[in-house]
Design a protein around this ligand. Structure first.
Ligand SMILES: Nc1ncnc2c1ncn2[C@@H]1O[C@H](COP(=O)(O)OP(=O)(O)O)[C@@H](O)[C@H]1O
Ligand SMILES: [Mg+2]
Length: 480
């Protein structure tokens, strides 16, 4: 290929401006016949807006060739020797610009679904005839536009290199159940738990379950914009199921058919899973009680309520890496108290005013004295902090005797506005509030700091060049 110089005819000179905006495609194919066919459609200076940069038959070289040659598209035969499936994601999240992979699906095997799973953005069926080559023009342009659009959108989330992720997965963090609690209402429990869960489950892409267990009424279904039709799948429905299971198990034990050891679980992973609503990436939510009076229902009270929360957290932590619970302030509520007991960490949210600090100190004293909760697992989150409030961070820490994991500034009305949009602000904000939630999450999952930094570098408004490229592709402004 290198010896094949394109002829310098007037037409190819004339399209020089076009050539610079033509997409560059790397052919990672085995069959010479396919390559030949494509070369005739994507010859230098062709009118399809796509040019071939090289042909590579060694799977191990796909990533290095594509990045070195500044490719936009890799057309990939997945049966290429030494091809590394992770490279599809690495290319897509390549730092300089996204490189999309389009599959050339071999007739044999079930490569179609697999390729999309590893991140391919389109496909054509091999062998590649003229019709496939033509189809490729539209598929490739659209895939590159979509990738640029995603990369330049504020909600773009880079993925950590899979190899880095594997190293991370074996070191440096542990699964955790975190209860978010405060002694008063309206201080930021929901804002904190929802953003924390979004950092862990969406940004960091760890399996995360947010449980809205506030017995004074749920918020999550509103804050995540969950459709009315889904609201029946909530924590009360699951607690009712638990109650039924308890009754059935009691009956069966009584009849002597089932021994204690073989007793069925009182809440199965499938039952819990069936009540979760997937949000994005690895975040799902168990929404709370849609009506405040439901907090008084019998399955939330006493032993039944405690047993339910205990089982729920058991199952949730077995199917997720992180469980974040939004708790109501009332420590007399059985499910709140059980969650405080079972959680690995309790994040206590306070506002920096003397009354909030004092009320919190008092409730916590009672908790520690009468309920034998472990003091070591409590952490302080100061929300709506403002220097001019005249209360120093160290004084708060001293008064409450907890390590501080985050100080979230007062963000004014835009924070409340974000609650009304249907997704937490960390998804598309890069401001100080979002950065603080990432800092809090990094106390549980340190690698998220790295993800945050590469996000700042890669995506959104930070990348003007790609935005320009996108509008050129879509509107052809470079030719104007
Ligand atoms: N850091 C902040 N800056 C500005 N407004 C905030 C901040 N944190 C929370 N709020 C607002 O305060 C109100 C109460 O927050 P919320 O998280 O619902 O509290 P809670 O769950 O403790 O009752 C909401 O309207 C929310 O938008
Ligand atoms: Mg709340």
């Amino acid at each position: 290929m290198a010896s094949h110089q394109p002829p310098l005819n007037p037409e190819s000179l004339g399209s020089a401006a076009g050539a610079s905006s033509a997409l560059k495609m790397l052919l990672a194919l085995r069959a010479w016949g396919d390559v030949q066919q494509l070369q005739s459609v994507f010859s230098p200076g062709n009118a399809n807006g796509i040019e071939i940069v090289t042909w590579c038959q060694d799977g191990a070289r796909v990533f290095s060739d594509a990045t070195a040659l500044d490719a936009d598209i890799v057309l990939l035969d997945p049966t290429l020797p030494a091809f590394e499936p992770n490279d599809v994601q690495r290319l897509y999240h390549n730092e300089r610009k996204p490189i999309v992979t389009i599959g050339a699906i071999p007739q044999q095997g079930d490569w179609g679904a697999k390729l999309y799973q590893i991140g391919a953005k389109g496909h054509v069926d091999a062998p590649l005839g003229e019709a496939q080559a033509r189809a490729l023009v539209a598929i490739a342009h659209r895939a590159v536009q979509d990738a640029l659009r995603e990369r330049t959108s504020p909600s773009y989330i880079p993925q950590v290199d899979t190899r880095v992720a594997q190293v991370i997965a074996t070191h440096g963090w542990e699964k955790a159940v975190v209860a978010v609690w405060s002694a008063k209402g309206g201080v930021g429990k929901s804002t904190t738990s929802e953003n924390l869960a979004a950092v862990l489950g969406v940004l960091a892409n760890r399996r995360t379950i947010l449980i809205d267990a506030n017995m004074a009424g749920g918020n999550a279904h509103i804050h995540f914009g969950i459709a009315d039709a889904q609201i029946a799948k909530n924590i009360a429905a699951l607690a009712r199921r638990f109650q039924m299971n308890v009754q059935t198990a009691g009956y069966r034990n009584h009849s002597g058919n089932v021994g204690v050891l073989s007793a069925p679980a009182l809440l199965s992973p499938a039952e819990v899973q069936g009540h979760l609503i997937p949000i994005r990436n690895n975040l799902s939510v168990l929404i709370g009680i849609p009506k405040q009076f439901m907090g008084g229902d019998e399955y939330f009270q006493g032993d039944l309520g405690r047993g339910f929360m205990h089982e729920l957290l058991n199952v949730a932590s077995s199917i997720a890496d992180f469980v974040v619970i939004d708790l109501g302030q009332d420590t007399n509520a059985a499910v709140h108290l059980q969650a405080l007991r079972d959680a690995n960490y309790v994040f206590v949210v306070i506002n920096p005013d003397a009354a909030s600090v004092r009320a919190t100190a008092e409730v916590m004293d009672t908790l520690f004295k009468h309920l034998q909760l472990d003091r070591q697992k409590f952490r302080l989150v100061t929300n709506r902090f403002h220097e001019e409030h005249g209360i120093a961070r160290k004084d708060i820490v001293n008064a409450l005797q907890m390590p501080e994991v985050g100080v979230i500034p007062d963000g004014g009305p835009k924070v409340t506005a974000s609650l009304n949009r249907g997704f937490p602000l960390v998804i598309d904000s890069r401001g100080e509030i979002a950065r603080q939630y990432v800092a809090i999450a990094s106390t549980l999952y340190p690698p998220v700091t790295q993800i945050w930094q590469s996000r700042a570098k890669l995506g959104g408004a930070g990348n003007e060049g790609l935005g320009k490229k996108l509008s050129e592709l879509m509107f052809g402004s470079s030719r104007a």
